[in-house]
Design a protein around this ligand. Structure first.
Ligand SMILES: Nc1nc2c(ncn2[C@@H]2O[C@H](COP(=O)(O)OP(=O)(O)O)[C@@H](O)[C@H]2O)c(=O)[nH]1
Ligand SMILES: [Mg+2]
Length: 276
């Protein structure tokens, strides 16, 4: 009897230790996430968050975009993941061919019954969604219950205070639906398959059109002494044309609002949008 009691005592201590360790790990994850959020805000890189029901294909979509548009394709997130894998590895930098960049975050899928001790971490991944410039609501279009899942996801988002963030409805797994044409985009809806490269290209296009709205075309004249500006633009902006004149380099380039103000002293012509 005594031995059984003693064993129970030991087991309880081991479990308590384990819970303490996991709680600490969770706190670290939440803190790191907070730091990243702050840094991101400062850098003004647009953020796109994948939200949606568990199994909808968020991680597959993220991996597909990372594989096609990131310099570090080895850093893929786990599909069919354990909760912790998603919590720890959920932000990726996407760089499009025209150098436009954004951050893509994966969130923990919505599951109806979340263990209480995970609620805090779960909320922290959702809070990221509030900071996002665009939400991609991934839906498993092949699931007969997809409409209910959309409703539940939207309800949960509202509950944690995510409102007024533009949303793209991304109806995934179109490959499983007979006769469905994809990729197909209209308004706020994209029908696609996360396993199809053409779909991922289309998704990237749609994201681009929705988040890089403040960009404009400008013509700059950069004196040769400021060559570093040319180097910067070649690396970070979409250069449309380049011409060497006597006074310096004439460069036609698409600029983000931040870069436009950064290089305004070199402006040659007012952009068309501004004249109109
Ligand atoms: N047939 C098909 N399967 C998909 C597609 N996208 C994702 N899946 C599969 O659906 C399952 C869940 O995907 P996952 O990305 O982990 O979903 P998440 O929970 O939303 O992150 C995995 O087995 C994926 O391989 C798709 O477009 N077509
Ligand atoms: Mg996932």
């Amino acid at each position: 009897m005594d031995r059984v009691k003693k064993k129970l005592e030991t087991d309880r201590r081991i479990i308590k230790d384990k819970i303490r360790k996991l709680t600490k790990e969770l706190d670290t994850i939440v803190a790191e996430r907070e730091t990243r959020r702050r840094r991101r805000k400062k850098n003004q890189i647009p953020v796109v968050s994948l939200v949606g029901y568990t199994n909808a294909g968020k991680s597959t979509t993220m991996n597909g975009l990372v594989a096609n548009f990131s310099k570090s394709s080895h850093k893929q997130v786990f599909e069919k993941d354990m909760l912790f894998a998603t919590l720890e590895t959920s932000v990726r930098e996407i760089v499009l061919p025209d150098h436009k960049q954004f951050l893509l975050t994966d969130t923990v899928g919505f599951v109806s019954k979340l263990p209480t001790h995970l609620v805090k971490a779960f909320r922290s991944t959702l809070e990221e969604a509030q900071d996002a410039d665009l939400l991609i609501h991934v839906v498993d279009y092949s699931d007969p219950n997809y409409k209910t899942m959309i409703e539940m996801t939207e309800k949960t988002l509202k509950e944690v205070g995510v409102e007024d963030v533009p949303m793209l409805f991304a109806y995934n797994k179109a490959d499983l639906i007979e006769g469905a044409g994809y990729p197909e985009f209209a308004g706020d809806t994209l029908i696609y398959s996360a396993r199809d490269e053409l779909s991922l290209m289309k998704l990237a296009d749609v994201i681009k059109a929705k988040i890089f709205t403040g960009y404009r075309k400008e013509t700059l004249l950069i004196p040769f002494a400021d060559g570093h500006a040319i180097a910067y633009l070649n690396d970070h902006a979409h250069v449309l044309s380049l011409e060497y004149l006597e006074e310096g380099t004439k460069i036609e380039v698409e600029l983000s609002p931040a870069d436009a103000s950064r290089f305004k002293q070199f402006r040659m012509e007012v952009s068309e949008e501004e004249q109109g």
